[in-house]
Ligand binder design. Structure first.
Ligand code: DOR
Ligand code: ZN
Length: 356
């Protein structure tokens, strides 16, 4: 196959940030995806419907002219989340879903949930309302090895939470392990997972190849090769439970290249092209549309997008560092490297993009 046409895809897990960073990174997502689940871990986080509407407005103002993009907003759950505001926000369309960050699990999660039992009331109302819960599935127990945190969270927290709320729609975000994939497969239709392109492409060894590689550090951290292979199988299986979520998470270069570098991989500039490469390598291009464009909307109960997008097997290049006005650049995943698949004739801010 040298060309593939898909229904326009969506990104079901994205960090857009705010201000100048938002303006710098959003055009990359808009050229590939129609909609995106926008994560709420700003500083301070997006916790109320009014804050989500204000953030949606700032995103809307940063969308390049003439582009068609719908941000789907999420609520950052905390011990004291106001369930009335949350459910009203879901009913009004302010919130598509709510995100559970165990406090301290990852970037900007300090205000997250300290003990899931504290939000049982909120989860019960979400279950009733059919509002999806998006889970950062890692234990915060410092005694648990960082590579085991997903599996331990599933055993110690997620299993019992799902037993308490069997009707709750749950997405295990950025699944990284065999245990995670198996758990999702064994669950009901209301349990699904997103898979990032970086977890499909790198294992934990990649972070140390020839020296420490801070731009490949994210949370959950990449795991052993056998886990990566299981993720590739799941993503390319066509199963309805698995769908695309980049978890593209930009940080300024100096925040990554530091003694204590931030977690996050900025994959937005070439995410879809890299997913296509993975599916091609797995001989599963016929399953890409299900993963990228169909399974997510079906889970969320939304219509699939109108329109299509065509990827061509034609060499391109991932952009180098992306400048941010008044600040420091961000480095894309695979910066400057050759792409096997590219999107035809895409526009970024009205100019032909370097990658096309
Ligand atoms: O690597 C990550 N970066 N994982 C997360 O869970 C958060 C994200 C971020 O916001 O930078
Ligand atoms: Zn994320």
């Amino acid at each position: 196959m040298t060309e593939i046409t898909l229904r326009r895809p969506d990104d079901w897990h994205l960090h857009l940030r705010d201000g100048d960073m938002l303006k710098a990174v959003l055009p990359f997502t808009v050229r590939q995806f129609s909609r995106a689940i926008v994560m709420p871990n700003l500083v301070p986080p997006v916790r109320t419907a009014a804050e989500a509407e204000a953030y949606r407005g700032r995103i809307g103002a940063a969308v390049p002219e003439g582009a068609d993009f719908t941000p789907l907003m999420t609520c950052y759950l905390a011990d004291d989340t106001d369930s009335d505001d949350l459910i009203r926000g879901h009913q009004s369309g302010a919130f598509t879903a709510a995100k559970l960050y165990p406090a301290g699990a990852t970037t900007h999660s300090a205000d997250g949930v300290t003990d899931i039992a504290r939000i049982d009331g909120v989860l019960g109302r979400m279950e009733e309302a059919g509002m999806p819960l998006l889970v950062h599935g890692e234990t915060t127990d410092p005694d648990v090895d960082v590579f085991d945190r997903e599996a331990v969270f599933i055993d110690n927290t997620l299993k019992s939470m799902i037993e308490r709320f069997p009707g709750l729609k749950v997405v295990l975000e950025h699944v990284t392990t065999i245990e995670g994939v198996d758990f999702v497969r064994a669950g009901g239709e209301n349990l699904a997972a997103t898979i990032t392109v970086h977890h499909l492409m790198i294992n934990r060894g990649a972070m140390f190849e020839g020296g420490i590689r801070p731009h490949l550090y994210c949370l959950p951290v990449a795991k052993r090769e056998r886990h990566r292979l299981a993720l590739r199988k799941a993503a390319t299986s066509g199963e309805a439970k698995f769908f695309l979520g980049t978890d593209s998470a930009p940080h300024p270069v100096s925040a990554k290249e530091a003694a204590r570098g931030c977690a996050g991989i900025f994959s937005a500039p070439a995410a879809l092209e890299l997913y296509a490469q993975v599916f091609d390598d797995e001989d599963a291009l016929d399953k890409l549309e299900a993963f990228a464009s169909l399974n997510g909307p079906a889970f969320y109960g939304l219509a699939v997008n109108e329109g299509t997008l065509t990827l061509k097997k034609q060499e391109g290049r991932v952009p180098g560092d992306v400048p941010v006005e008044g600040g420091e650049a961000v480095k894309p995943f695979h910066a400057g490297q050759t792409l096997a698949w590219t999107l035809g004739h895409e526009l970024i801010n009205g100019d032909d993009c370097d990658a096309c």
